[in-house]
Design a protein around this ligand. Sequence first.
Ligand SMILES: C[S@@+](CC[C@H](N)C(=O)[O-])C[C@H]1O[C@@H](n2cnc3c(N)ncnc32)[C@H](O)[C@@H]1O
Length: 395
Amino acid sequence: MATINYDFTHKGDFEMRVTTFFGLEEILAKELQQLGGRDVKVFKRGASVTGDLGFLYKANLCLHSALKVLIPITKFEANSELELYNAIKEIQWEKFIELTDSIMIESVLNSEIFDHSLFVSQKVKDGIVDRFREKTGRRPDVDLIRPAFKLYVHIYKNEVTLNLDSSGEPLYKRGYRSDINEAPMKEVLAAGLVKLSGWESHLLLIDGMCGAGTIAIEAALWANNIPPGYYRNDFIFMKWRNFEEPLYNMIYDSSLNKIKEHKVEIIANEIDERTIKKARINVKNAKVDDVVNCNHQSFFDLMPQRSGGVVILNPPYNERMPLDETEKLYKEIGDKLKKDFKNFAAWIITSSPEGVKSVGLRPSRKIQVYNGSLECRFLKYELYEGTKKIHKLQK
Ligand SMILES: C[S@@+](CC[C@H](N)C(=O)[O-])C[C@H]1O[C@@H](n2cnc3c(N)ncnc32)[C@H](O)[C@@H]1O
C-alpha cells in the first residue's frame, strides 16, 4: 500500500504543492522562501515546499503568485476501476473527514485505462463514502459548491495522485474586484507581470490601458506588503477539524501589521468611462486609493510627470479586430513610447505577433505567459534618452 500523508492533521511539518501560472514559477519559489518555507522545488506551473500548519495558513493568506495550496495525500498505481476503488477505500479518511463534512472530487486524466473524468470522480467518491458507511452506517454528503474537503485526482497512465485543496476558491479570487470589465486579467497573472517587470516601489508605475485596474492594484499590494488574502479572509482549511483559529488569527494580525505605508506613485489610465469607474471601485475596495491614481484619459494623451519609471500595457484584444487596425494601434503605441517615455522600461503583454512587429522597437526581453488560454508574450522595451540609443527594429 502506498504511503499516505496524515501529517497535516498534526502539528508537524508536511509537504505542500503550490500551483501558479506558467512562467511565474520562479517568482512563486522566491515568495515561498521569503515566507519561511523549506525545501522549495520548482515544477511546471508550481513549486513544492515543506512547512507546518501555520505556514499553510500564511501561504494562503500572503502569496501573491499562488493559485492553490495543495496537500499531497498519496500516490499509487491502479490498473483498473476496482484497484482504484479499493486503494481509495484503504485510506483512513476518518482521520480528517467527519461524517458531517461535505466532499467534492475533481479528476484530471491522461490515461488509456481511465478516460472519463466524471466516472473516476464517482469511483473515488464511492471508495470514500463506502468506507464510512461500512464503519458507521452513514456517509458524508457531496457538495459541489462549498465543500469542506476538495480532492483533486490526477491520473497519468496508471499513476494516481491525490491532492487535498487547502485554499477552496482559487487564490486569484482576492475579493476586491466587484464588477469586472470584459477582458479582466486574473489577479495572480497581474501580480506576476509586475514582479517580472522588475518594478520597484520608488519608481513611477503606469498601467496605460488599465481596464479593471488589476495590474495597478496588484502593484500596490506588492509595494505596501498587503497580503492578497486580506480581502477575502475565507479559505477551505477553516472548515477542517484541525483548524487552529487562534493560530490563524495571530498570523492574520501579524501580516496586517507588516503593511507598509510607502509613498508609491501608480497611475492607471483608461479610455472608457464606464470601465474607469469600475477600476476606481476596485481600487477603493482594495484600499489602495491613496496610491493608485485612476485617470479617464487615453494613453496617447498621457504625459508622464517624472522622467523614468515602468509602463505596462495590456492593449485591447479582439479576435475579430481587422489586421490593419491592430497594426495601427501597436504602431501608435511604439511611436508614443519613443516620443514621451524616454528613460522608461515599457512592457507590453500581447497575443498578437502582428502587433509586436508594428511596435517598431526591438524588445530586450521576451517572456512567454498565458492570459487565460491565450498564449502571450510579455515584451520589454528599454527607452533610452537620445535617438541613437533607441533600438529601432531593422527591417
Ligand atoms: C485588455 S483590456 C485591459 C485589461 C486589464 N489589464 C484588466 O485587468 O482589467 C484593454 C483596455 O484598454 C482600454 N483602452 C483601449 N484603448 C485605450 C487607450 N488609447 N488609452 C487607454 N485605454 C485604452 C480598453 O478600454 C480596455 O479596457
